[in-house]
Write a protein that binds this ligand. Sequence first.
Ligand code: SF4
Ligand code: SF4
Length: 351
Amino acid sequence: MAVTRTSSVPDMVVLSGELWQELLKLVTAQYKVIGPVRRGSEHVFAPVKDPRDIDMAYVTTILPPKKVFHQPFQVLFSFDTEEGTLAEEESGEEKVLWGIHPCDMHAIAILDKVYGIEYPDPYYLRNRENTIIVAKNCTEVGENCFCLSMGTGPALRSGYDLLLTDLGGRYLVEVGTEKGRKLLSGLELVPAPRVVLVEKEKRLSQARQKFKKRMITQGIQELLEENFRHPIWEELMRECLACGSCTMVCPTCFCYNVVDKIDLDLKTGKRQREWDSCMLLEYAQVALGQNFRRDRDARIKQRIYHKLLYYEPQFGTLGCVGCGRCIGACVKRIDITDVVSRLAESVESDR
Ligand code: SF4
Ligand code: SF4
């Protein structure tokens, strides 16, 4: 049966079967879509040409979708010293980021503050403004997920253009903005009855029961403030390889370095920024070789203190959204929830 088109789009619809497939086809035909696709045993956010490549059942991705806005390598401009010219890189393409989870959406909200308030970053903001976000509530939970403890999942309440919830073979689609509504405007739709929200809450409540990992958040800031010299940091120094993987996969890490890449003609080149990591030895190195965080315990402590203590006064929220990627990426299985639990337990046993 062919789907006819109309411009009136309700705030809430349920799509299944042909209509769901039609939505995917329409969106991928009209926009550059970046969505979760399978790569071996993992998932990544990648450009999607064929809607059948989107795997809506993914639990997490190797890198977070922040890479769309804050790219691992971003050319800022090209230069030609002979001509004395600079050419700024433009990226005005409108795109759709499909199927992102609540934890990653919360992380993007943090990056919006980092890159949007005190020192507005035109590169990030341009990418952000040109992207329509289709988020997806989590009804399945990964072994390392702990967003429930951080208040960042499994349900999303704001920040999306469209929000999807898997109701089992059909999707509840909620409109968040007019940009989101536009994605649905090619379909003939009927409003979903409000009773469907009961089914949605039931699914989310079932998801909440599935979490195995938790983070102690009550009193976490006092715990960290009072234990800056705790022996656990030396223990972690012996475990940690300072490889930086934990920061590379983190959706809230935002540090970068700026480098000039000179071509072989020594006249032309480009300036680009690249993700950087506070876990790497060179990160805190300054002129004359002085390094403020030469020891690994100082670096791992910085990562954890930044996420769980220093973000709050700066951005009004903790800097960890509980995605669990750093746990999965660490070859030494250093687990941020475990570090906090061990700290809390040792303080408790000293009382
Ligand atoms: S991934 Fe693990 S080993 Fe590597 S820097 Fe992070 S905590 Fe250390
Ligand atoms: S610190 Fe780890 S769990 Fe928290 S947001 Fe970053 S990668 Fe995710």
